[in-house]
Design a protein around this ligand. Structure first.
Ligand SMILES: N[C@@H](CCC(=O)N[C@@H](CS)C(=O)NCC(=O)O)C(=O)O
Length: 198
């Protein structure tokens, strides 16, 4: 979702190949040994981290100035995204799949919530993480907060994180989000993928 958001806003047209993770095509493994999604292939260059794909797209074209927020700068946004990935995401995964990890779900929910409280405090000021308009940090972090919220919607709605709840609501109701959430049929080897953004 992160990669698609940046590709769509920057208008980088590509051939999209939808992958089913339990049935990964050999072409994915050939392109990237770790075989996670997303992977972007640009000539000889293979980019297999979603954040790097976002940066690749936005450095080519950044019409909505996602790399130039109103407050702070790209480095500050990357630092917050890094904290999201290292401090929040591991707790999110354990909150979502406590049986898989054999852990206490509520303990990890509480740990994840500490990061969300910080985001809420940052969002109170202007509605977006780095100012009055959305930028890279919002788009790279909101997909994970959406996963957290949908794990137990009732619990999420009961928390006193009004700014965070409004921010997430704006994110999921945005036209861009709806565009990238379109479903695609799995790619079949030896066929052409789908043109994206359409
Ligand atoms: N840090 C990587 C994480 C990529 C990742 O773990 N993607 C998941 C799907 S969201 C995946 O491909 N998992 C491999 C699997 O389930 O086999 C990124 O953001 O690109």
């Amino acid at each position: 979702m992160r990669a698609r958001l940046a590709l769509a806003v920057s208008g980088q047209t590509c051939e999209l190949r939808e992958i089913v993770l339990r049935d990964k095509p050999q072409a994915l493994r050939d392109a990237s040994a770790k075989a996670t999604v997303p992977v972007l292939i640009d000539g000889d260059r293979v980019i297999d981290e979603s954040l790097d794909i976002m940066l690749w797209a936005l450095r080519r074209n950044d019409p909505d100035r996602w790399l130039s927020p109103k407050y702070g700068d790209e480095a500050l946004m990357l630092a917050l995204i890094q904290r999201c990935e290292t401090e929040f995401k591991p707790h999110l995964d354990r909150y979502k799949y406590p049986d898989r990890y054999r852990v206490d779900r509520e303990l990890h929910r509480a740990a994840a919530a500490e990061f969300l409280q910080e985001l809420n405090a940052q969002l109170v000021r202007d509605g977006w993480l780095f100012g009055t308009r959305c930028a890279l940090a919002d788009m790279a972090i909101a997909p994970f907060v959406r996963q957290f919220a949908s794990t137990d919607e009732t619990w999420f709605a009961e928390q006193s994180w009004l700014a965070l709840q409004r921010w997430l609501q704006r994110f999921v109701t945005a036209t861009l989000f709806e565009r990238v959430m379109q479903k695609y049929a799995p790619w079949q080897p030896a066929t052409a993928g789908v043109r994206f953004p359409g």
